[in-house]
Design a protein around this ligand. Sequence first.
Ligand code: 0RA
Length: 643
Amino acid sequence: MAEKDNVINYDVSSIQALEGIDHVRKRPGMYVGGTDIKALHHLVYEVVDNAIDEALAGVCNRIDITIHPDSSVTIEDNGRGIPVGPHPTKKDANGRPMETLDVVMTVIGAGGKFGGGGYKVSGGLHGVGISAVNALSEWTITEVKRDGKHWRQEYKRGVPQGPIKLIGKVKDETGTKQTFKFDKQIFTEDIDFRFDTLIQRLREMSFVTRGVTIKFLDERADREMTFYFEGGITAFVRYLNRNREGLHPVVHVEKEVENIGIEAAIQYTDSYTESVYSFANTINTIDGGTHLTGLRSSLTRVVNDYARKNGLLKDADPNFSGDDTREGLTAIVSIKHPDPQFESQTKVKLMNPEAQTYVTQVVGEAFSTFLEENPQAAKTIIAKCLTSARARDAARKARDLVIRKSALESLTLPGKLADCSERDSNKTELYIVEGDSAGGSAKQGRDRHFQAILPLRGKILNTERARLDKILGNNEVKSLISALGTGIGDNFDLEGLRYGRVIIMTDADVDGSHIRTLLLTFFFRYMPQLIDGGHMYIAQPPLYRIAYKNQVKYAYSDKEKDKAVKEYGNDKVGIQRYKGLGEMNPEQLWETTMNPTNRTLLLVTVDDAAEADRTFDMLMGDAVDPRKKFIQTHAKSVRNLDI
Ligand code: 0RA
């Protein structure tokens, strides 16, 4: 090779690509936020985000996500397909143009969308693009259908394995198919993709990306779910209000201002809670931000203006507060911004100030027009706000009274509590157990010296639907509060806590997880200090008992069960699947779940609890399996093998 070529070598793109890949692999934290399970899921989101971008550009209406048995993941879309052919500027080691597909897949920071106009809105991981996913994968196989051709390229740890191959012809089809296997050299913890985590994210994406069919198949467990939403966020609002009475039809507005897409859907209901969600580039901004502030403040302003103008608020009446205009409000605000600024890398709070200005403007205009054109609805909404304002005052007084009373009652311990003898709360534990029969086993199996048992009957009161004064009147909740000894709400005092560890022990089934969600929601809303202080835990009962001759092993996952069976050599192994805690005798429950030397406890973090709270808010119906209802009421074409 001529010397001249070597000079060029120093700044050619393929070398930049190699250095970039190296950097991602050395510093995954900078690109995907670390190497934990959250980071692992980010890999999928990043690729899906790219497909969502195609959908948002109006050139893709199908996204299929499949987790294979080896935990490799395929994401296939029918978008335009990643461009194939020589790249206009990037050069390879010999000074020749690089393959565009390789640039998109390997050059860190090249992003994807260049030249073709249109902005990237889905806000992939800090904008790093699929090249970071590729770099963190043991292997990636990319297939592109574009311009009548079907291409295939393979990468190992981000490096192309030879030239791109033409593997066939296609008719009019276009699209991209990415399969990647995350690299165990990078993700060294024993982690794997979680169906529920992915489904939650995909569901949110489908709500804010209307008209796209998102199919998710988990081949590891043969579970499948498909989302399709024609109505976008209007359907989302209807879904959230499925068990509430809407006071008027959903108000929907969609407008573009200064290249920023703004969409909102609003409906007041007869409930007492506010359910408002905000999205920026399809990402659920769980900590809100400027777009959410804009939505809320514009509603308060419009309601006050209308009420004054129409004599519904008298001169002597004070304005409605934000709390008054939010009671019973269900709303979604979703913005598509070419340059979203987030407070942190985890993208939970939007910071762009102009988003607030434009949302206030667009929502204010639309909602004010709606009130003018629908005086009957306007009256009902304002009557509701008036009631809230009055009730707020009365409720405050009533609440104080109930709290004082429950503080007094908390001096007497509930009858159902099987207390422990130790008094030093640094050493004690309270097991909150679902149902009387499991409670019985736990009482017999425990170490009564330091372990106390509180059985709860059935599902505790649905905390989202009721007001605090009602919740405090619920017997199960009352006994929980008095057993803990801390008081509640403003009167909460951690000093009073009678048990250093509060452990939720429920069955490993759907009902069990429902009850766990309810309890976590209750603690999150009314005793967050317990979670903050690291006092909340979740017990981990085993799923299987595997007996072989006179040996016994317990397995806490299917993987562990398979491993144990293999170790025993498969023959004559007795496998018992525990459907509930009640199926374990007291000794087994002690050995597997309560004995500190054997058990595993999960520490509940504020994140977990917030997640439960959101799941609860978004997904829990009162009676019907939420997913079932979700599918029946809003999806047009849905298949679901999960229920
Ligand atoms: C670069 C440019 C264009 C599209 C894409 C990348 C693209 C990337 C991914 C990743 C997964 N699916 C994808 N689909 C498309 C624009 C192409 C054009 O202007 O024709």
